[in-house]
Design a binder for this molecule. Structure first.
Ligand code: GLY
Length: 427
């Protein structure tokens, strides 16, 4: 098969790396890709949101299947456009992608279908938001309705922080129309975990459990990011709890979407809080997580390509996906200043040494080549991933490999997986 992957981050590098191992693959393209992806696929200079150009490319090169990494093209309707042109693609149509594209839609959908989530109000103005905060009480979570690259969520503990967040949302309007409406949501306490499944519109194929680490700093301190690390298994969601999440969350989503005429095909990502009252949904994404994909695909033992092909055609022919028994870890190496103002253009050293270590793979995210030099070109720069017989071993291998890589201002969390290990958690 000739396959096109859309995107150019660490997630897309791991998808290309996995597809490269498929018996069904003949040619692999990635738009726009990155220097790491260029080692396993032909990179095409088309941005992920240039839907018309991507469809033209797919049609001209007789691509058999397209896989979309990031959320933006999905919410812009790439799947609808490919469907109109009879081009095979795995992902949700625009109407189904609203589950990620609008937090208000997602919360109201959960309310309609009795999917466990935190109590919430929708605010259109700062005054409405203040009223909702008064009703629900502090601490509280404020979420811009639309896409905001993971930066539109504010967890506020007092009136001062609430006032600052409301200023950003309603006065500064940092997120433009994405902040026209704001979800004001009760703050949930517990352990966060992600469960991602592949859906063909009807059936659900769960991936292994995984856990990502959103805050920039050790001990879950500081700003929210796209994700600073991940591991699989999660170590905090038992098989029994995962089965409960499938029945109480993922299945009602797929069935509810069908009832509402928004058939869900693609990766369905439930971000969950494990509360004393059972798992509750924090958010849905309509794609693989980044860096969750990197740790999950490292562990996946099944060939991904036939499953994607079947999902795009609307019918899985397999009832389950298999994963290796080993644990996997992904450590995100970021540029100084990430996420607010990453410093770009620094030369990176040591990637080959890190990648040469047994059981280790380095996926590129924000990198670019200047001649022979590899430079930082984004906030999240590299993903150092490793397999190990246990979570402890995988963490040791990933951190040893990360120590081989250096550039000015490089930063990464030193505590990925630590709390899970200390609490003795395991799946
Ligand atoms: N790591 C979180 C996300 O992909 O949204």
């Amino acid at each position: 098969m000739r396959v096109l992957v859309v995107g150019g981050g660490g997630r897309e590098h791991s998808i290309c790396w996995k597809l490269r191992q498929s018996k069904e693959l003949s040619e692999l393209f990635c738009a726009p890709g990155n220097p790491g992806i260029a080692e396993v696929a032909d990179c095409v200079p088309i941005a992920a949101d240039e839907i018309g150009k991507l469809a033209d490319f797919s049609s001209d090169l007789k691509i058999d299947l397209t896989i979309v990494g990031p959320e933006m093209p999905l919410t812009l309707g790439i799947v609808d456009e490919f469907d109109r042109r009879g081009l095979a693609i795995f992902g949700p149509r625009q109407a189904a992608a609203e589950l990620e594209g609008s937090k208000v839609f997602a919360k109201e959908f959960m309310e309609r279908h009795k999917i466990p989530t935190a109590e919430f109000e929708v605010a259109h103005t700062a005054a409405e938001a203040r009223k909702a905060i008064k009703k629900l009480g502090l601490p509280i979570v404020l979420k811009a309705d639309g896409l905001a690259a993971g930066k539109g969520v504010f967890i506020v503990k007092d009136q001062q922080e609430a006032a600052a967040a409301l200023d950003v949302l309603f006065e500064e309007r940092r997120f433009g129309s994405s902040g026209d409406r704001v979800v004001v949501e009760r703050c949930l306490a517990g352990e966060e975990v992600s469960l991602i499944a592949m859906c063909d519109g009807q059936h659900i194929l769960p991936l292994a459990t995984c856990k990502d680490y959103r805050r920039i700093g050790d001990g879950d301190q500081g700003t929210n990011t796209g994700g600073m690390g991940a591991h699989s298994p999660s170590g905090v969601l038992s098989a029994h709890e995962a089965a409960e999440v499938i029945e109480r969350v993922l299945r009602p989503v797929v069935e509810g979407m069908t009832q509402e005429g928004r058939i869900f095909r693609g990766f369905l990502y439930a971000g969950l809080m494990l509360t004393g009252d059972g798992p509750k949904v924090l958010e849905f994404n309509v794609r693989l997580g980044d860096p969750e994909a990197q740790s999950l695909l490292l562990r996946m033992s099944d060939d991904l390509l036939p499953v994607l092909r079947q999902g795009a055609a609307g019918r899985f022919e397999t009832a389950r996906l298999d994963f290796r028994r080993e644990a996997s870890v992904c450590i995100v190496l970021a540029a100084a200043g990430y996420p607010d103002a990453p410093v770009l253009g620094d030369q990176i050293f040591g990637v080959e040494d890190a990648a040469a270590r047994p059981g280790t793979v380095v996926f590129h995210a924000g990198t670019e080549l200047e001649g022979e030099k590899l430079l930082t070109a984004g906030g999240r720069v590299l993903n150092v991933c490793a397999l190990g017989a246990s979570l402890r071993e995988a963490l040791r291998a990933a951190y040893q490999a990360a120590a081989e890589i250096r550039w000015n201002g490089q930063t990464y969390r030193r505590d990925i997986g630590r709390r899970v290990l200390e609490s003795g958690g395991a799946d």
